[in-house]
Design a protein around this ligand. Sequence first.
Ligand code: CP
Length: 316
Amino acid sequence: MKQFISVHDVGDINALVRKALDYKADPFKDKKLGAGKRVGCLFLNPSLRTRLSTQVAAQQLGMEAIVFNVSAEGWALEFEEGAIMNGTTVEHVKDAAPILGNYFDILAIRTFPSLKNREEDYNEKIISQFIKYAGVPVVSLETATRHPLQSLTDLVTINETMKHGSRPKVVLTWAPHIKALPQCVPNSFAEWINAWGSADFTIAHPEGYELDESFTNGATINHNQDEALKDADFVYVKNWSAYHQYGEVLTTDPSWMLTNEKLKLTRDAKVMHCLPVRRNIELSDEILDGTHSIITQQASNRVWAAQAVLSALIHG
Ligand code: CP
């Protein structure tokens, strides 16, 4: 693997999932693989799971992970080609990225979308410039349109939980939220489930919350959550803001929040969420604290997904 930006960088999804599960079974089996190597983790936005799981994963491969909170501690970066830098930005990415490429063997970057300019966000203006100028493999720690380490983790979690030999019904359902959130997680989850091809995949959302079809093509779309939940084996709960009316919150309808009553429609489904979650807005206490939730297991699996990806990149 040369970079990890999307599912398109992965040759064999099932092999990568197996690699992650192998690390879960034996975390230190490659403890010398990354000796003498460094991954630089640049955070332009906040994180708990992604930051710490990547550090743990690197450490278990004998690799050093250096974290830099660019937004809090670094110079304000400029990404516009030909910019006359007489404003708030201090350093151009084309000057900073090659230096980072000399300091690190792998560069990992988290950057959120603006949710104001769809074209810029969906062109992945920020990470594409790091890829262009860094000269080393780049890993997405979540970008404007995707969260591939999360999606790999989600597939790992589904694989280890599903009944072997079955074809699960997986439902991604929109949930209410008070703020406008990115489409990265649902885009990416849809892209990975579609590429995996081993599930019946439905996306449930209120009208107006259609995602970019280039991510969702192949999924069944249903605007009736109850219908969508019928016979589900996995329910992935996530809020996102509108793609077409870009970045807007069109409704906060609380009836879309998953409850134990709604889960009765499913086949005793397991409930997933990428976290962080706003309790009793996006997901109810009864679900989060109940027996259907595999959310802690899912978040814990972030380590094994990151370890599998770093290992694959070291192998090249
Ligand atoms: N799911 C996820 O990416 O969590 P963090 O934002 O805490 O990294």
